[in-house]
Write a protein that binds this ligand. Structure first.
Ligand SMILES: O=C(O)C1=N[C@H](C(=O)O)C[C@H](O)C1
Length: 298
């Protein structure tokens, strides 16, 4: 089981590869995991936003966790965090217990979306998760959930014993700084373009969809930063930004899946409805990056 001390470095929220009929492509998933581990990833996240959690059935989640765990001998050891958040407290507890049974080390729990609970309701939601017996990482992403966590609410939740950290996707680095100054638990950046800025504000790492493609370079940014080579970390991070921006130019994970399929890391860019593939314009822009990278690596 994960502890606060384990929440540092680069965590990759893995895409869930599908075959052309929309079924799970566990073979591509397993190969992705092997690549991430070879590159030295600090941890894996399955069934996050990038893993298309709203479109994954409970029996599929079990297969996904098992296939990530069994991808290589090293994937038995690496932290595996599973997205289990829903907008129903009882089903979130149930899903978190199931994730634990299938081999999760921690759960990533998004704030309850759509039903717009009160701050008190959100506190009770996270308090109820103590029952699941799995360490919890709170996932604050107001532009997706439609609900904002007030700073006091966040502090109350972060003091709960079963909560080991926060994934911050608010886009508000000032809040990251305020939190890291006032709470001792780790904050991970969940907003790719702010990874470097968040590290400067005290974040201990990031859960970054873009790290599905530039894994080693994101890890290098983190290592350079930790070694005090801040301007080298910034230079490298700045060089990653054009691709990061394109990967979020249309709803994640559509651009990312298209890119991964184009470079041959997954067999198809298939998404499950209501997610759809990217526009021809974005395809052209991403293709330009792929050919540029091919030229550089020649
Ligand atoms: O799946 C995730 O975890 C992430 N989701 C965010 C989003 O899609 O908005 C982005 C972040 O890179 C990680």
């Amino acid at each position: 089981m994960l502890t606060e001390q384990d929440l540092h470095g680069v965590f990759v929220p893995i895409v869930t590869p599908f075959d052309l009929e929309g079924g799970l492509d566990l073979d591509s998933l397993s190969k992705l995991v092997q690549q991430f581990i070879t590159k030295g990833i600090h941890g894996l996240v399955v069934n996050g936003t990038t893993g298309e959690s709203p479109a994954i059935e409970p029996d599929e989640l079990e297969l996904i966790i098992k296939s990530v765990r069994n991808a290589s001998p090293a994937s038995q050891e690496i932290p595996v965090i599973v997205g289990t958040g829903t907008n129903n407290t009882a089903s979130t507890v149930k899903k978190t217990i199931q994730a634990k049974t299938h081999g999760a080390d921690a759960a990533l729990v998004v704030t309850p979306y759509y039903n717009r609970p009160s701050q008190q309701g959100i506190i009770q939601h996270f308090a109820s998760l103590a029952e699941a017996g799995l360490p919890i990482i709170v996932y604050d992403i107001p532009h997706r959930t439609g609900v904002s966590l007030e700073l006091d609410t966040l502090r109350t939740i972060m003091h709960m014993a079963h909560v080991i950290g926060l994934k911050d996707s608010t886009g508000n680095v000032k809040q990251v700084r305020e939190l890291t100054c006032s709470i001792s638990k780790p904050v991970l950046c969940g907003d790719d373009e702010l990874f470097f800025d968040s590290l400067c504000c005290g974040a201990t790492g990031g859960i970054l969809a873009s790290a599905n493609v530039n894994t080693d370079q994101f890890i290098r940014v983190f290592e350079l930063f930790k070694a005090g080579k801040v301007s080298d970390a910034k230079l490298l991070f700045d060089s990653l930004l054009p691709l990061v921006n394109l990967l979020f130019a249309e709803p994640n994970p559509a651009p990312l899946k298209w890119f991964l399929a184009e470079i041959g890391h997954i067999r198809s860019d298939k998404l499950r409805l209501p997610m759809t593939t990217i526009s021809p314009e974005l395809q052209q822009q991403l293709k330009a990056i792929v050919s540029l990278e091919k030229k550089v690596s020649r």
